[in-house]
Each structure stands twice: as C-alpha cells, then as structure tokens.
Write a protein that binds this ligand. Sequence first.
Ligand SMILES: NC(=O)c1ccc[n+]([C@@H]2O[C@H](COP(=O)([O-])OP(=O)(O)OC[C@H]3O[C@@H](n4cnc5c(N)ncnc54)[C@H](OP(=O)(O)O)[C@@H]3O)[C@@H](O)[C@H]2O)c1
Length: 315
Amino acid sequence: MRVLVIGGTEFVGLHLVRALLRDGHHVVVLNRGRRPERLPTGVGTLLCDRKDHAALRATLAGERVDALVDIAYAPTTGADVEAVLEALAGRLGHALFVSTGRVYDHALPIPYSEATPRNLHWGEYAKNKIAGEDALMRWHHARGLPVTIVRPTHVYGPMNTRNNETFVFDRLVRGRPVLLPGAGGWLRQFGHVEDLADALAAMLGVAAAFGHAYNVTGEEAITQVGFVELIADVVKRPPTLVHVDTPPGGTPVPFGQNLVYDCHAVYTTTKVRRELGIRPRYTLAAGLAQTFEWYLREGLDRREIDFAAEDRHLR
Ligand SMILES: NC(=O)c1ccc[n+]([C@@H]2O[C@H](COP(=O)([O-])OP(=O)(O)OC[C@H]3O[C@@H](n4cnc5c(N)ncnc54)[C@H](OP(=O)(O)O)[C@@H]3O)[C@@H](O)[C@H]2O)c1
C-alpha cells in the first residue's frame, strides 16, 4: 500500500513509519521538515505546515494514497483534519485518525469503553480531538469514506516525547527519592508505542474497522505508586517514595510530565481484541525493561537535571 503519515519524525509517527516499512508498504510523510535525518531511507517526504490549508492543498494535489494516518498534533483542530480529507478527496482509500482516550468523560465510572460518552473533561485537547473524530465520521456517513479512529492512552517507549517513565528512571538511577502527589493511588494505563504502531499498521484497509473507534493501549492498569515500584523492580534499584500532600489551592509535586491528575484513567481494549484480533505484545514490565535499555544506550542516565525544586520539597 501507499501510506501517507501526517507527522512521522517523532515518537508515535516514527515508530509507525518503521512498522509500515517492515510490512512492505510505500511510506510518504508530511511534516514541516524539522528532523529529516530521522527518517529511514526510502520514505518519501512532503513538506508543509498542516495548519496552512492552502499550502496543504497545493502539497497534496495529485497525491493518491491507499491509506492516511493522521497523527501530528499541531494542535490539530477539526478544521485541520477536514482540510487533509478535502485535499485528498477522491484519492484516498482509508483514513485513520490518532485521537486519545482523553475524549471520554473522566467523571464517569471506570473502565472507559468506546461507548463511554465523550465530553470536554480534558478541555481544549479533548475539544480538538472530538472535532477531529467528528470530521472523520462525517466523511464516512455522508461521503462513504472508510475511516477508523484510534484512541491511545499514556504512550510510552523509546523516543517518548513525554517525560513519564524517563522521569522515574532519572530519579532511580541517581539514587534519588521519588516524590508522589498525595497517596499516589490514581490508576493509570500505559501502552507501548510499538504496540500502537503495530495496531495502526494492522488496521490499514481492514473493512471490519471502517466507521469504528478503538481504544488501543496496554492491558494493565496501575496506580501512580505502583508504576514507580514496577520501574524500580525492572531497573533493579530500590525506590524511596516520599508522599507529598498538596495544600488546598497549591500545585502538586512534579510526577512525570502528565501523570498528575485527580481521577482514574482506565480503558477496556475488548473491542479491538474481539473485533480485529489486535492485542499488545508488551506487558508493562517488559516494555519498561526495553525502554530502560534504550534510555541507557542514549546516555540519558548522565543528562543534567535540575532537582532544586524537589530538594526544596524534601527539606
Ligand atoms: N503520547 C501520548 O501519551 C499520547 C496519548 C494519546 C494520544 N496521543 C496522540 O498521539 C499523537 C502523538 O504523535 P507523535 O508522538 O508522533 O507526535 P506529535 O507531536 O503529535 O507530532 C510530531 C510530528 O508531527 C510533525 N508536525 C508537528 N507540527 C506540524 C505541523 N504544524 N504541520 C505538519 N507537521 C507537523 C512533526 O514534524 P515537524 O516538526 O518537522 O513538522 C513530527 O513529525 C498525537 O496525535 C497525540 O495527540 C499521544
């Protein structure tokens, strides 16, 4: 297949490009060209800012693709998603959109399934992703375009642009305590980036997936404190945990890049398993071990980190 990836030079997009090449697809990426050196040889590049719809139309004029995977969050609005579909109208086989589990109303009981009502619990990000999803579904219902929506949750793995598992690695390898917001008892669910890339690749052109949304993430829910303890087991460093309560109206202690929030985040993956036979390869422990190998290979255990704010909390 000829597959167009919007993005492709960072975390999720780059892992997808690798998975597509492995599967024998012809891959073209569209981005602003900031990191061309990252792309494997053989990948075609279209340069443009997706927010500039006139440039997007000109860049995609005459392009014909079997599948589109819209990944880059720029921040991408419904109108931006619509602009890509419009620019490829009549020359696109299947559109996949990487949305997020954060479209669900997180005030409702867990776990969240694809049938859970969506709302703006997560603000602007949820608003944009819901609008992107709705743009796809409009094209599906009104114009018969095959579309699929994928909703990941916390994605982790090598090259992660979110400082989550690396945040914990950074402290454990230096023998530093890990500060936890309060009891650290909120549940989180992580999905390995290669499993997400493989799931997207496996859905291309699959008729059973047309018109559907799927949660795609790992199978294990784990508390914030459990996440630190699991990483400590994996990297074989004893953890020192310091629970810090947040004063009313105060700011919680830093804990990962986006792991501090006061609700559970747990999702079912039954639909994607049952309907498409897609399930993750990585357990959380195995994925964290593989990510820690990458962290060491990259020398991130030697990077400079300013712990002054944490030291103030500890004092
Ligand atoms: N990480 C998570 O835990 C998580 C969870 C749920 C959902 N998601 C979703 O997963 C996706 C993450 O994708 P990602 O890791 O590949 O990173 P990303 O930050 O969404 O996208 C980065 C890629 O997009 C390109 N890009 C950025 N701005 C652009 C623009 N204005 N026009 C054209 N290209 C642009 C970048 O290249 P240039 O800079 O060269 O343009 C780069 O290739 C997002 O949709 C996110 O919402 C992530």
